[in-house]
Write a protein that binds this ligand. Sequence first.
Ligand code: 9WN
Length: 441
Amino acid sequence: MTAEGASNAALRARAVELLRANWNGRSTRASRTLYPHQWSWDSACVARALSHGEQERAEGELTSLFAGQWANGMLPHIRFAPGPMPYFPGPEIWGTASLPEAPITPLTSGIVQPPIHASALRHLLERGEDQERACAFAARLYPAVLAWHRYLHEERSRPGSELVEIWHPWESGMDNSPLWDAALERVPPARATAGYRRTDLEVAGAEERPTDWQYDRYLSLVEVLREVGYEPARSRAATPFAVRDVLFNVLLAEADRDLVAIAALVGADPRPVLAWAAGLEEAIHAEMWAPAAGSYENVDVLTGERVEVATLAGTTPLLLAGLPGDRAERLLATLGRFQVRPGGELLALASVPPGSPSFDPVRYWRGPVWPMLTLVLAEGLRRRGQGELALRLEAGLLGLIRRSGFWEHFHPETGQGQGGADMSWTAAIAVEMLDHEAVPA
Ligand code: 9WN
C-alpha cells in the first residue's frame, strides 16, 4: 500500500470508529455533545456511509428516523432520544407529544430538513453487498418515503408554483445563513419562550454559533407553528417566514429522481414521482435563475421578491440533470468566487463568498467550509464533467479533517475546525469521499 493509501485507510478507520462511538444502539447521534439526538439529514448521510459495508446498521438508521414520521407524511428534523438530554430546544418546547398526526413515540420536533432520504436509500440499494436484502428493505421503506415526498410537494407548495417552501431557517439545514437575514427582520422575537438557556453555547464558541437575536426569532417561529399544531394549511397561513430555498428544492428534485429509480426496482408505479420531479425541475429553472448574478436565488414567498444574497447554495443546481449548458458554464464561473485555500495549499469552498458584506469566517453558515455543501458540489461538478475539480475539493476537505478532526465546519482561511467536534455527518462524508475513488492524500 502506498503512503497515501495508508493515510486514507487510517482516516477511514477513524471515521468508522467515530460513527460507532456516536451510535446509541438504534441510531447515530448527530454528535455526542452538541446534538445528542437523531437529525434528519445528518442521519441520511450516515445511512449512506454505513451502506458501504454495514448494511444492517444503515437500514437501522433509516428505520429509526422514519419511526418519527407523522401520519401526514412529514418527516421531522429531530427524532429525540429518550430521557433528559442537553439540547435546547427539547421536546417540551416543540410540544408535539399529544398531536394526532405525531407518533406516540418517539418524540419529535415539528419541522423538516432537506429531503435526502430517497437518495440515501438509492445509495443503499446500489452499494449494499446483500442485494436481495437491500431490495426487500427498499420495498418496505418505499411507502414511507413516498408519503414524505407527497407531503413536501402537496403541503409545502402554494397555487402558482411547484417549488416547495420552508417555514423556518432550521428547515434549510443552513440555520444562520445570510439568506434569511431580511425575512427574519419581519419576525418578532419569541414571547412565550422567554428566559431560555442555550445549551449550544456551553459546547461551542458563541462566535461560531447563531446570535441571540437569531435564536429569539427561531423560537418565535416555533411558537407560531406550535400554536397551529404544525398543521400544514394553518401553518402556511400563519407563518411570518416562508421561503422557496434553492438547496432544499434541488435536493428534493434529486431525491425525486432517486425515488423514481427505486420505484422501478421495487415494482411501484413511478408516474406520480416522475410528474413531481419534472414539475419541480422546471420551476427551479424558471423561477430561481438570476442571470445577472450567474446563480440561482431563493424566493421570499411573502414579499414575492428574490433574495439577492450570494451563497454557495445558489450554485447547487449544478447537480440537476436538466441544467441548460450555458447556465452550467455561468455557475462554474460563479463557483470561483467561493474557492479558498485554507492554510495555504488545500482547495475548499466557503459557504459565503469571502469579501462579500455578510461573510464571516467563523460564524456557522456565514462563511465556513461545510462538508455537506462540499459533498453536494463535488457530485454536481462530476455531472458537469469536472471530475478533477471535484477530486481536489474532496481532497481539500479530507485534508482539513485529517489535520484537525471531524469538526462541524472549518475556517475558510486558516482551516481550523469550528463548531461541534466529532460530528457524525463529517465522518460519514469522509467515508463517502474516501470510498468514492482514489482521493489524493
Ligand atoms: C438545528 C445537526 C444540525 C444540522 C444542521 C445544523 C445544526 C441545529 C442546531 O445542526 O442545526 O437543527 O441546533 O444548530 O445547522 O444543518 O443538521 O448537525
